[in-house]
Design a protein around this ligand. Structure first.
Ligand SMILES: [Zn+2]
Length: 1137
């Protein structure tokens, strides 16, 4: 329902209560009034018809049917306590001195550090200095060059040299991290070299660190992709080299989150290293001798998931910053000399010989000793390398020979009380563990990163949280598409093997290669210069082509698998004779290039012949989803999988004529809410109808109609003008008030309890400082006329409202810069009934001309556009908010005003929330892609939407960011009651549910060419839905060990995540049951399983057998993995005599 409130200049949110009292003229947009709730009531699921074969799961008996949903009963909700740790980053960070005296000199080392070092040095007799020299090479799979260019120009040589020179220098060591490169090399390597690689690894001199496909970014990467790239790397290592990494190495990501250490810990890694953290943290951890600590999860009260973490004490991992506190001295110890290269270290360093060894060794020993004094144990790790090092054979000899002379000199003289050797991470941690048992504990994370060493001024790396949102969205589209394809593939493949469907087995085996390629394309993009948007434009283009290829292939795979599962036995029997089997289910959009948004294609529905829409729900719970289909007729009806008619709405499709918006008379948008059982593929049918559909058509209001083409024109929808005044959208649950001029939301009223929350939405931009804001960095221009620029001011807002039985929505367009839509649904089930959907279509990259967008500048420059929601929520005088930690948990953030807005932007991948300090309200914003978010003033929550910076920010990339594209960002906004804060902040159950729906949209396919009787109406993978809390992270067919990129095995990896919900919110979800840590008794997959094993997260070590799925226990916040092995098919009968 929509109302308009006549314009009153004085009318403000605070006077909302007067609205009802005033004698206002209401205009009802939706002529038939409130939609009939009966039509939309949840109904019990019925058995699928025609589901005769064994592969079709038995009935899913779990459903909740109270329509309104349930408040979580307190006895069911799992209260958790916060851990006690020596350091909590949230409490410690605000205490720092952010403008330290040493800032200009760029080195924190002062007389206090020096005194402590001298005291320590006097004790070396008892606590000798132990140093591990660790040669390494940091290889970015894409940055200034593409992944393949780096490989062929540099990395292949580095790996080749590595094999050769580690064999020449028999005590030299090396570490390697990026499996994307190592696997590429291995595929092309001679068998002799492959064998030599294996020998080096098993000797321990070559350590594989982390073993991820890439060194993942830690801010923008969502949990699924973060884990998936680790699985891809670990599986390759396990299958090909037989190695399981035990040390982590994360040294270039721009700030460190808590999700990476958690995933490493659950994947068999014992200790890890971080590098890029805020300069104030570097100084403080050094002062406190806290550089080796137990990193504890904020939700882990017992510390069972602790991982030992080593912080590199200085700025970065190059030799200049790794030997000790004085970079100018360390430069003298980088012995690389390549003809033609002239750098700061080639000037400073000379090779070590008999004449200079004593002096140089003693100078270096002091640097090592100073580093040792920053730790209680006096063990020092010294990485010797930099980006793409050891590409020239000569460097191996240069570095080795000089260092070997240095260490020989020191080791041979007992007066030094020091021992230096080549070693790896494993050696370093073993020695530390040997000398030290108890470590201080730390909870929280290391965002936001700021360096100081570059300019001697703080530079906050919070720009990349948002840089290139188009790519960040594309990444998540592939993530969702890949996950759906993985589950469908596993299901269809196991079923086909089991049923002896040889043709289907053959097809799927052939396509496994595509699945692997899509995994690797997604994995590659999790690299810390890829999803971050910090590669050169042409490299970003290359990444996007790979993501687009993955999208194409995974959608095709999902169609194939869904078709195999849905085909009736009779249709399946005729499969062999068909020319193109399993190619009948297609997406209802086309996207020929990644650069353009998907374009929906209209569905033609012949009279008397319904069109089938096939939908896959990849979640372990039942869900309702709004489904949109483009149709070419107004006379439509829709039936569900049981043949029952479902409520629909028909919306207009608009065409921008340049002279106002026209309603097309040949295309329409059909809207309905689909009810999708857990892990099922079901079909809905779109029929032509002769029944009048007038009451199903949306009522339309706008202030920007194009002139009628002729006098006789009559639009197919009831159209009215937007009247002056504020606008109200209303459902049974919600009342939304909008500013009638700007079309922006002002308040949300919960009609059930009468609660009004101010939610004023504002778009503006921070004018950013040239050369200080760029791909990595964010810094508002301190000299700007206004701190916030109204980027939308040039264009007259064009408003569109459409309201019908399913949804009411208001869209506002500001030229081609922004279209902002707010939608509510006329449904009874929760949380959809209480949540507000928002969508932004934005483009700061278009070239605007004066006719298209009067008033806009020709280009946006140095513009950082944000969407802010200003509420009356009291989240503290120092505003507190919560951001998701890569989707694993929520992390508390408290404003530190003195470091500016740039230091108070935090990364989100799926959620941010603010809440009243005591009992009251909570506002949660859920997003479908990574972005920066902030709570800069009390009651505010904002997300950065898009950034356009013309200049490079001097962090090596060498370009501005000007390749903006038309992008869509999707959000859910949820206001809930809360009974107060919990010790560990968690999303509500409703918020988890909405986040899953944004992250993992349904797969929607159209049948092209099959008769409807050839497809079953639905199939189900699981006999009972999972409890509300258990999320099926993945169901991923593992490769045949000998052919990890070619052939599927009969074993699949299933990972469940416990999405532990808040106990103090009133949230409810009406489509799931239970908050348990295990699947319900009797839960089974609709497939025969011959064995189940509990494993580590990346399935490289087995923890024991499992008799049934309900035996699986997934404690709160954790992930648990099992492998399921499907039986071999029965052998074919012997041929007749
Ligand atoms: Zn890097």
């Amino acid at each position: 329902m929509v109302k308009m409130v006549p314009r009153r200049g004085w009318l403000r949110l605070s006077f909302l209560g007067l609205l009802a009292a005033c004698a206002l003229v209401y205009v009802y947009y939706y002529s038939s009034g409130t939609p009939n709730p009966q039509l939309l009531k949840d109904k019990p699921q019925e058995p699928a018809r025609g589901a005769g074969s064994e592969r079709r799961a038995e009935r899913q008996s779990e459903f909740v049917d109270d329509g309104q949903g349930q408040v979580i009963p307190s006895h069911q909700c799992h209260a958790i306590t916060a851990p006690k740790t020596d350091v909590n980053t949230v409490d410690q960070f605000p205490k720092f001195e952010f403008q330290p005296a040493w800032m200009r000199g760029k080195e924190f080392w002062d007389t206090n550090f020096e005194k402590r070092y001298l005291k320590r040095r006097a004790k070396w007799k008892k606590l000798p200095l132990k140093v591990f020299l660790m040669p390494h090479s940091h290889n970015d799979p894409g940055w200034l060059k593409t992944y393949e260019e780096y490989y062929f120009h540099q990395t292949s040589k580095i790996l080749q040299n590595m094999i050769e020179y580690l064999r020449v220098h028999s005590n030299m060591t090396f570490i390697w991290s990026e499996i994307s490169f190592l696997s590429l090399w291995y595929e092309r390597a001679h068998p002799t070299l492959r064998q030599q690689l294996k020998e080096l690894v098993s000797s321990g001199r070559l350590e594989i660190a982390t073993g991820g496909w890439v060194m993942t970014d830690e801010a923008n990467v969502h949990l699924y992709a973060m884990l998936d790239q680790l699985i891809e790397g670990h599986q390759w290592l396990s299958n090909i080299l037989g190695v399981h990494p035990v040390s982590g190495w994360s040294v270039d990501p721009f700030g460190h989150g808590a999700a990476v250490p958690y995933l490493l810990q659950e994947s068999g890694i014992k200790a890890t290293v971080v590098q890029r953290i805020h300069y104030a943290w570097k100084q403080w951890l050094a002062e406190q001798q806290l550089g080796d600590f137990q990193w504890r999860q904020v939700w882990d009260s017992t510390g069972e998931n602790d991982i030992l973490c080593h912080n590199r004490p200085y700025d970065i991992y190059s030799i200049k910053h790794s030997c000790g506190p004085h970079p100018q001295i360390c430069l003298g110890y980088d012995f690389r000399k390549v003809p033609g290269e002239y750098t700061e270290y080639t000037i400073k360093s000379v090779p070590i010989d008999d004449h200079n060894v004593k002096k140089k060794a003693e100078l270096l020993l002091e640097q090592y000793g100073r580093t040792g004094s920053l730790y209680p144990h006096n063990v020092v790790l010294v990485p010797i390398g930099d980006d793409f090092r050891y590409d020239h054979a000569s460097e191996w000899d240069q570095q080795y020979t000089s260092y070997h002379r240095l260490l020989t000199h020191i080791n041979s003289d007992p007066k030094y009380h020091a021992n230096i050797q080549f070693g790896t991470l494993k050696d370093y941690f073993a020695e530390v563990q040997n000398r030290m048992r108890d470590y201080p504990s730390l909870q929280g994370d290391f965002f936001v990163y700021s360096d100081i060493f570059s300019e001697g001024r703080p530079a906050y790396w919070s720009g990349y949280f948002t840089t290139r949102p188009y790519w960040k969205v594309l990444d998540r589209q592939l993530e969702a598409s890949l996950r759906s394809a993985e589950i469908l593939y596993t299901w269809a493949y196991a079923w086909a093997v089991q049923e002896g469907q040889a043709r289907v087995v053959q097809l799927l085996e052939k396509d496994y290669e595509k699945l692997v390629r899509a995994r690797r394309n997604l994995a590659l993009f999790q690299h810390h210069d890829a999803i971050t948007g910090t590669s050169k434009a042409y490299v970003m283009h290359d990444y996007a082509i790979k993501l687009h290829e993955g999208l194409h292939d995974t959608i095709a795979l999902a169609g194939e698998a869904a078709e195999a599962l849905l085909l009736t036995p009779a249709a399946m029997a005729s499969l062999d004779s068909r020319a193109a089997p399993l190619h009948h289910l297609h997406p209802d959009f086309e996207r020929s290039t990644y650069e353009r948004l998907p374009r929906k294609l209209p569905l033609t529905v012949p009279r008397g012949q319904p069109r089938l829409i096939v939908m896959f729900n990849s979640l372990g719970q039942r869900r309702y989803e709004v489904v949109k289909v483009l149709v070419s007729s107004l006379d439509m009806r829709v039936t569900d999988e049981h043949g029952h008619e479902v409520p629909i709405q028909i919306n207009p499709v608009w065409n921008d004529t340049g002279n106002g918006m026209a309603i097309l008379s040949t295309q329409f948008e059909l809207l309905f809410v689909a009810d999708l059982p857990a892990l099922s593929v079901i079909t809905y049918s779109v029929h032509h109808t002769s029944r009048p559909t007038t009451e199903l058509r949306a009522s339309v209001y706008s202030n920007n109609y194009a002139p009628a083409p002729d006098q006789n024109y009559s639009p197919p929808f009831e159209t009215r003008d937007v009247l002056p005044g504020d606008i109200q959208l209303e459902s049974d649950h919600l009342k939304l008030l909008f500013d009638g001029t700007t079309g922006m939301l002002r308040s949300i009223t919960d009609k059930v309890n009468g609660r009004v929350t101010q939610t004023a939405v504002r778009y503006a931009a921070y004018p950013s400082a040239q050369f200080k804001s760029g791909a990595y960095l964010f810094k508002p221009d301190p000299n700007a006329r206004e701190p916030e620029e109204d980027v939308l001011t040039g264009a007259k807002p064009r408003l569109f409202i459409q309201s019908g039985p399913v949804a009411s929505e208001l869209s506002v367009m500001f030229g081609s810069v922004l279209m902002h839509t707010t939608r509510i649904l006329h449904v009874t089930h929760q949380p959809l009934a209480s949540a507000v959907y928002m969508e932004n279509v934005f483009n700061l990259g278009g070239r605007y001309n004066s006719t298209e967008t009067p008033g806009f500048p020709p280009h946006f420059r140095e513009t950082e556009m944000f969407m802010r929601i200003m509420t009356d929520i009291d989240n503290g005088a120092e505003p507190t908010f919560y951001t998701d930690q890569s989707g694993l948990n929520m992390q508390k953030r408290v404003r530190v005003q003195r470091i500016g807005i740039q230091g108070n932007y935090f990364p989100i991948t799926s959620a941010a929330m603010i809440e009243d300090s005591g009992p009251g309200r909570r506002l949660t914003l859920l997003t479908d892609h990574a972005a920066g978010a902030a709570a800069w003033q009390q009651g505010w929550l904002e997300v950065m939407v898009e950034r356009r910076t013309f200049y490079d920010d001097a962090r090596g990339m060498g370009e501005g960011v000007t390749d903006q594209k038309r992008t869509v960002g999707r959000y859910w906004l949820l206001v809930e009651d809360t009974r107060g804060q919990e010790p560990v902040a968690r999303l509500s159950l409703a918020a988890h549910h909405l986040a899953n729906s944004l992250n993992y949209p349904i797969t929607q396919l159209i049948n092209e060419g099959l008769d409807s009787h050839q497809l079953n109406s639905g199939v189900h993978l699981i006999t009972r839905p999972l409890p509300c809390t258990l999320h099926l992270m993945t169901l991923r067919t593992l490769p045949e060990p000998q052919y990890p990129s070619l052939l599927p095995s009969r074993t699949t990896l299933m990972i469940l995540q416990n999405q532990s919900p808040s106990c103090t919110t009133s949230a409810s979800v009406s489509t799931c049951n239970g908050l348990g840590d295990s699947p319900f008794p009797g839960t089974e997959l609709a497939l025969q399983v011959s064995s189940m094993q509990q494993t580590s997260l990346t399935a490289t070590s087995i923890k024991g057998p499992l008799a049934s799925l309900p035996e699986m226990i997934v404690p709160h916040h954790r992930l648990r993995a099992i492998t399921l092995t499907f039986p071999q098919p029965p052998p074919p009968p012997p041929p007749a005599e």
